[in-house]
Design a protein around this ligand. Structure first.
Ligand SMILES: [Zn+2]
Length: 61
């Protein structure tokens, strides 16, 4: 993914650790120094989360 601040593709992973059942990565942009986190989930987990969110919306939660 690109830097969310300057859209540079020149970045490095500075940290990677388990986050629950997911995996969290911390990136730093080589161009502007901006740091950000991503959480990696499987497609199945994504589908499950969006399904739960859609159900919650329908129930007005
Ligand atoms: Zn940047």
């Amino acid at each position: 993914m690109m830097c969310p601040l300057c859209c540079s593709d020149d970045k490095k992973v500075i940290d990677s650790r388990p986050f629950g059942t997911y995996r969290r990565r911390r990136y730093q942009c080589a161009a502007c120094g901006h740091k950000w986190n991503t959480i990696e989930i499987t497609r199945e987990e994504y589908d499950e989360i969006t399904k739960e969110a859609a159900n919650a919306l329908q129930m007005g939660i």
